[in-house]
Write a protein that binds this ligand. Structure first.
Ligand SMILES: Nc1ncnc2c1ncn2[C@@H]1O[C@H](COP(=O)(O)OP(=O)(O)OP(=O)(O)O)[C@@H](O)[C@H]1O
Ligand SMILES: [Mg+2]
Length: 580
């Protein structure tokens, strides 16, 4: 369990995000002070009423409605304005916080996406901060309002009768102790609840992503029981929260009852000596009973305040403690495309085997290099190293003679176009997907889609290039999705092109046509082609054969065939496959 930092520091840190606009807080403060300090006016009005109203004949009755309606009208207005102003400040802080978190998602070190699931991140940005901000601000508000009310009432009580007030004062340390004990317990429960909520949301995320696999393999009951286990954990935690926070109110009330009986007994004993009036006593008891409401509120504040803080802290952790992806400062409008790998090795995890081991590769500007090798031999890892999606464990990689680490990340990635093995499409229009990250030029979008051999598909679409591709691009076939990725790479027109199994989902005829488009693109461009279908890479300037993270052979198609090594064997196998 992480030690719980001082509550004052945590509150100050959280509240720092909600200080704007200052005007809203000034208005809130004025109204809150007004509402709180007028609270004792209610018992104070009782005193003359009881002492004089029932005994004096000339009591001005007309003053009663004016005083009452005026008082409550003023207080009502104060409450209304303060709440609206506070909502304004809360929502202002909330949007700032959300924007900061989302901006952090854009530049966070990529490890974040391995450590946290999409649903956990979604939960933090969408649900937790909203909930946390509301809970925290309204609790703080109540803290201020009820403390002030309490102070005003206590001051009035002291003014009426200080001896009796001393009895009431004994209440405070007892309540404070109860609150402290409760907040400690609730903090841990809240943390556990967050984790359980993330896990629950993750099962939902997974079910939605893998709905076909789940139905096909009849994994429904398995998923349901997973969901049930997690839902029950959450239920247990919710019960724990309720038990912890519900105990507070009756305990405070019992304390209040003890104080009340003490006050009444002492008052009755005193009345014989001091001659306290009925009105004075009634005003005292009323003010004292009115103390119960703010004390109750204050005692109940611990729950929402703790929950709110813990929720917001998840957001702060994301903003403050998530490492940012670090790059250098080297920039280039358009790189020449000279890639150099010097003795690089990559390990994903310390206890895992090398994904790449002692790789040396020098790719000249404009050269087309094909990477071949069995599945898991490290081809995609090598591509990811160039884009700095994976950092090398040992060795040095440079583009145009500048180490990748020294490149400004935006500028570095600007130099690459990638068609990856797993095409990911955003839930937006075709245009937006092709011109991803740029202002779309309609004519060029259409050209690229045509070159990627999607023209025919495009012609059948009622909204043409403005058609939405749907969540996860469910409206596209596997091959269409791949061609969309190719169109995207064509549109980007970057100096280095990486094609990782870019045409694997296409039929032979489409593949040949797309290949033509790609080949014309490869002219004057450094290209890295990864392919299992060896027929597609025969024309490469150089073929590099990989096995278990190492380069075992390289040369042109002809040279490698003559060498009769691994490539020749692979090629023979693929030929016999074609022939049979
Ligand atoms: N994110 C990752 N975390 C841990 N290990 C990984 C990760 N990505 C890949 N690996 C491992 O690194 C090795 C190389 O994987 P890589 O994806 O580079 O292979 P590949 O040559 O592209 O294979 P394929 O032809 O199947 O695409 C594999 O053993 C794989 O299990
Ligand atoms: Mg791969």
């Amino acid at each position: 369990m992480t030690p719980q930092p001082r509550i004052r520091h945590r509150l100050a840190r959280a509240f720092a995000h909600f200080t704007q606009p200052i005007s809203a807080w000034v208005v809130t403060a004025v109204c809150v002070v007004l509402v709180s300090i007028t609270e004792p006016l209610i018992p104070a009005l009782l005193k003359p009423l009881l002492d004089k109203g029932f005994t004096q004949n000339d009591f001005p009755v007309w003053q009663v409605p004016i005083a009452l309606i005026g008082l409550f009208g003023l207080r009502g207005l104060g409450v209304f304005i303060s709440q609206v102003a506070m909502a304004k400040a809360t929502n202002h802080g909330l949007i700032q916080l959300r924007m900061k978190m989302f901006a952090r998602l854009q530049n966070a070190d990529l490890a974040l996406f391995k450590q946290q699931t999409a649903s956990a991140l979604g939960n933090t940005l969408v649900f937790e901060v909203q909930n946390g901000a509301q809970l925290m601000v309204s609790s703080l508000m109540s803290l201020v309002r009820d403390s002030l009310t309490l102070l005003a009432l206590v001051a009035y009580l002291l003014y009426l009768n200080w001896q009796l007030s001393l009895i009431v004062a004994l209440l405070f340390p007892a309540v404070a102790w109860l609150m402290k004990a409760l907040s400690k317990r609730l903090y841990q429960i809240t943390r556990d609840t967050q984790t359980a909520t993330d896990e629950l949301a993750y099962v939902v995320e997974e079910t939605s992503l893998a709905y076909r696999e789940i139905r096909l393999h009849q994994a429904q009951s398995m998923q349901i029981s997973r969901f049930e286990t997690l839902a029950k954990t959450l239920q247990r935690l919710a019960m724990k929260t309720s038990v912890a926070s519900s105990g507070m109110t009756p305990m405070t009330q019992i304390l209040s009852a003890i104080a009340l009986s003490g006050v009444i007994s002492v008052a009755l004993m005193q009345s014989q000596q001091t001659g306290m009036t009925v009105g004075g006593f009634a005003a005292f008891v009323t003010a004292m009973l009115m103390l119960i409401a703010p004390i109750k509120h204050l005692s109940e504040i611990t729950g929402p305040l703790t929950r709110g803080l813990a929720a917001l802290e998840r957001g702060f952790e994301l903003i403050e403690n998530t490492p940012v992806e670090t790059g250098g400062s080297h920039q280039s409008v358009r790189a020449r495309g000279h890639i150099e790998l010097e003795n690089i090795s990559v390990k994903y995890q310390p206890d895992m085997p090398w994904a790449l081991h002692h790789i040396d590769l020098n790719i000249q500007p404009g050269e087309t290099v094909a990477l071949v090798g069995s599945s898991g031999s490290g081809k995609s890892t090598l591509a990811n190293v160039l884009l700095r999606f994976v950092d090398v464990t040992e060795g040095k990689v440079s583009l145009d003679g500048t180490p990748l680490q020294a490149w400004d990340l935006l500028s570095l990635r600007h130099q690459f176009a990638l068609v990856s093995q797993n095409v990911v499409v955003l839930n937006d229009t075709l245009t937006a997907n092709v011109a991803l990250g740029q202002t779309p030029d309609k004519q060029r979008v259409i050209e690229c889609l045509n070159a990627a051999h999607l023209g025919e598909y495009l012609a059948g679409l009622p909204q043409h290039i403005h058609t939405m591709v749907g969540h996860n691009a469910f409206t596209l076939s596997g091959g269409q999705r791949q061609r969309l990725a190719i169109a995207r790479a064509l549109y980007k027109d970057a100096p280095v092109l990486i094609l990782d199994e870019a045409t694997s989902a296409l039929d032979n005829e489409s593949e040949r046509l797309v290949q033509d488009a790609l080949q014309s693109l490869q002219k004057n461009r450094t290209t890295l082609v990864i392919a299992h279908r060896l027929t597609t890479i025969q024309n490469a300037d150089r073929i590099v054969v990989m096995e278990q993270g190492r380069i075992v052979e390289q040369g042109t198609h002809q040279q490698l065939l003559e060498a009769q090594g691994a490539y020749a064997a692979m090629f023979k196998l693929s030929q016999s496959g074609v022939l049979s």
